[in-house]
Write a protein that binds this ligand. Sequence first.
Ligand code: SAH
Ligand code: SF4
Length: 386
Amino acid sequence: MTALDLTLATTGAAALPRSLFGMSRAEIAGVIADALALDAKKAKMRASQLWRWAYHYGVTDFEAMTDIGKEMRADLARLFSLERPRVADRQVSIDGTRKYLIEIGPGAEIECVFIPDVGRAGALCVSSQVGCTLNCTFCHTGTQALVRNLTAGEIVAQVMAVKDDLPEWPSGGDDRRLSNIVFMGMGEPLYNLDNVARAIEIISDGDGIGISRRRITVSTSGVAPEIHRLGEETGAMLAISLHATNDALRDELVPINRKYNIAELMAACAAYPGAGNTKRITFEYVMLKGVNDSNAEARALVRLLKDLPAKINLIPFNPWPGAPYECSDWSRIEAFAEIVNKAGYASPIRTPRGRDIAAACGQLKSQSVKTRASERLKERLAEAEQ
Ligand code: SAH
Ligand code: SF4
């Protein structure tokens, strides 16, 4: 199977079948109206049929679309494609977590991770960029040199490829296995919000994949000015990678804090559309030994979040080769969790999943490694001193 080349597809290069992933229904109707000279009403009907075959049944071959005439099926197959990207590697953890390395174009690979038994059935952690520009010092993804935004089609294609593998199409049995989507893979989703919003529109469509917006969570390191638009445009659940309760430490761990500080981030959270007791904001806090894990910091965390509809997720630090941190001791995590728990936050510790295959939070990284974040930080500091 060849990899999808969506860059070519979107320039309208005539000869190549164009991928339908990433297009809204209205866009599909538009392109088939043009390509097959159909009137708007007929094109809309055909787009609905196609949509259902593609996203509800997971069909890849236009020939299988039996309610569309033979000639039109042939035309569609010539012009359009429902081909999946190539899964370059797939690993299964002893706990059932599956990690996929997906090739989205020449030299561009991303990872996504399926985690069974979370949410209603299972969650898929998708990537929104190849790599990440943000260099959080505890995160492996930030050490990847090559960075580019994923298209909406490339985000949706991750879901399609994993649904094929589970399998989770109507022919694959009754049990729902994929119920939740989390944007916690590679990349900063709010640096690619247009494509993330488009992908959410497609993934949540009730006539297709049908994962409700309430079961889709977008995690951000704190791009405060885009948080409101995320809520307005997607209705998704919000997660914030907080990790520190004061600006001095957060500046160091999550460098975007130098641009949008904690006060600005909290104000954006307070104004998140729809946030309330039934739609809480998740605050993620990675437990770093001797760095952010004292009792005083647990109390500061509770104080910081007291006026927000919040959930707290304590994430044991997942180590990676050359990481400049260690995970807090288990007894420390428990003591921290108890303070948080007493303040009314239930089950705050997130069990690490898929650690044996480096599929846990912050361990994702595809091939294009050049320098480690710590090295790059040193380089930047050296530059600043000059
Ligand atoms: N860029 C976004 C989403 C991807 S990161 C963000 O930062 O929110 C997903 C989560 O994994 C974030 O909360 C991130 O802080 C956390 N994470 C990154 N590296 C980690 C590590 N080594 N151990 C544990 N969690 C980590
Ligand atoms: Fe990027 Fe998120 Fe990793 Fe920070 S934690 S480097 S924002 S992926």
